[in-house]
Each structure stands twice: as C-alpha cells, then as structure tokens.
Design a protein around this ligand. Structure first.
Ligand SMILES: O=c1ccn([C@H]2C[C@H](O)[C@@H](CO)O2)c(=O)[nH]1
Ligand SMILES: [Zn+2]
Length: 142
C-alpha cells in the first residue's frame, strides 16, 4: 500500500504526540508509535518501563495491543519515533519482538513501517525489516 505524503506527515505527528507519554524512568529513551488501521483509526503507543525491567513494553506493541484488544486486527502502516529525553537523535527501528508482533497481523509486502526523526523519514516494508519471518503460515503447512 503506497501512503500519500499527508498520511505520512499525520502519522509522524501522532507518533510524536504519543512519545510525550512515554514512561521511561530507567532508560530515559522515549518512543512513540502511531498505528494506522485499515478502517482509518490511528492507535497511539508509548513505551512503558518497569522497575523489574522485563515487563517493559515497547511503544509499537502498546499500539498493536490497544488495537487488537479493541477488536481491530488489520493495519496499513506504523510510524515510530524514538530518542533519548531532551536529545535529538536519528531514526529508531523497531526491536525484533515488535517486528514479530507486526508479522502476526500484517502483510509483509504491504505493511509500511515509517521511521521518523526530525530531519529524516525512511519507509520500509515489514518484509524488509523481517525477511523469512516465522508466522501462522508456517504452523499450518504440512
Ligand atoms: O523500537 C523500540 C526500541 C526500544 N523501545 C523502548 C524499550 C525501552 O523502554 C527503551 C530502551 O530500550 O526503548 C521501544 O519502545 N521501541
Ligand atoms: Zn519492540
């Protein structure tokens, strides 16, 4: 799915809005995500850290789990921004766990991952970020 410039700009702005809510007392690394569902709804996510570290949830998965828990499971794109508190920083690519969650719900050739920073925006398909992903198709093959 080819995104138009207005949609890309809107998703980037929404990701920055979500980033402000990041709960990051341990790393200080603030991530925001804006997930565009096929029905047009945008789900925001931020990273949420924990004193016990491992329960930490990334911004991308927060957005996905919000959507899925509301019954929405079809998506076109996600915009992601991330940087250390008060710093400028460059693009922030999703971690492996989040790529795997994307692969559960999104078409690898169609789903667009927008990596945005103040002075840079690059877009990848999910397949480019997770080639040869393991998905439900593998479980179903005989
Ligand atoms: O794509 C990413 C990469 C990292 N984080 C979070 C997890 C943790 O709170 C902090 C540092 O790893 O950034 C995300 O939310 N998304
Ligand atoms: Zn992640």
């Amino acid at each position: 799915m080819k995104l138009n410039d207005t949609t890309i700009r809107l998703l980037k702005e929404e990701a920055y809005r979500a980033q402000k809510r990041a709960y990051v007392p341990y790393s200080g690394f603030m991530v925001g995500a804006a997930l565009l569902a096929k029905n047009g709804t945008v789900y925001l996510g931020c990273n949420i850290e924990n004193a016990s570290f491992s329960p930490t949830n990334c911004a991308e998965r927060t957005a996905f789990f919000k959507a899925v828990s509301e019954g929405v499971t079809e998506f076109d794109a996600i915009a992601i921004v991330g940087n250390k508190k008060g710093a400028k920083g460059g693009i922030c690519a999703p971690c492996g766990v989040c790529r795997q969650v994307m692969a559960e719900f999104c078409d690898p050739d169609e789903f667009q991952v927008i990596l945005a920073a103040e002075e840079e925006t690059v877009i990848y398909t999910l397949k480019e970020l997770l080639p040869l992903g393991f998905t439900k198709k593998d479980l179903n093959s005989d």
